[in-house]
Write a protein that binds this ligand. Sequence first.
Ligand code: CA
Length: 238
Amino acid sequence: TVTSLISAPQRTNTGLHYKAVVFHTDVSVCASNPCQNGGTCVEALNQYKCTCPHNWSGSQCQYQTQTDVDECLTQQHNCSRGTTCINTGGGFQCVNPECPRSHGNASYVKTSPFQCERNPCPMESRSCQFAAKTISYHYLSLPSNLRTPATLFRMATATAPGRPGPDSLRFGIAGGGDARSMFVMQRSDRQTGELILVQPLRGPQEFSVEVEMSEYADRTFQAKHLARVHLLISPYEF
Ligand SMILES: [Ca+2]
C-alpha cells in the first residue's frame, strides 16, 4: 500500500504549490526481520514491535536476560551416585574430584567428597613432608565478565583447640601460567588469605587455579595446604 498525504497549499511567487508527502508502506517494516533471537515482529503504524521469547529483551530482542535454574537444588540433574551436582549459570556439572596419584613417598586418601589428605610420611622423607598435607577442591560458578577486582576465595587455618597453631602463614598461587596474570593472592588478616580476580573473564570457559598456604612455627616449615579452585564461567552475564 502507498499512503499519500498532501499538504495544505502553500502560496509562493509562482502560485500555489502542493507538497506531496508519500509514505511507502508497501514494504513491510517487518520484512527485514529486525527481531533477533527468535523474536516475533508485530507491525504497527510505520513501526514494528518485537515480541521477544523468554530470556531475551530489548527493542530487537538483542539483550539476553538469562535467569539460571539451579538444577542441583530442584533435582533436575542426572548426576550419578558418587558425583556431586554443581550448579552453573546456564547448566550444571557432575563432579567427583580425584586425589593426586602418589608421587615419591607422598600418597593421598580421600577423606570427604572434596578433600584429600596425605598419608603419614615415612620417617625422614623430606619430599613427602613438603608435599601438600591436605588438598581441598572448590567449584565456583561465575557469570561472564564479572566486575573486577573480585574476591573469589578465602583460605584460612583451622587449628585444633588446645593445640599450638602455626605462628605465621604464607599464601601463594601454586604453579605458573595464565593464573599469575589473572589473580592475586593476598593476606586479608593474620589467619586468612584471599584469592582476588583482577581481570574480567569471558565465558564460557572453565579452568583451575591452585592456591597454597604454608604454615610455619618458629620460622620452621610445618605443613602446606593446597586448595584447587575450579572456575566455571557461564556464557552469560547474570
Ligand atoms: Ca544452572
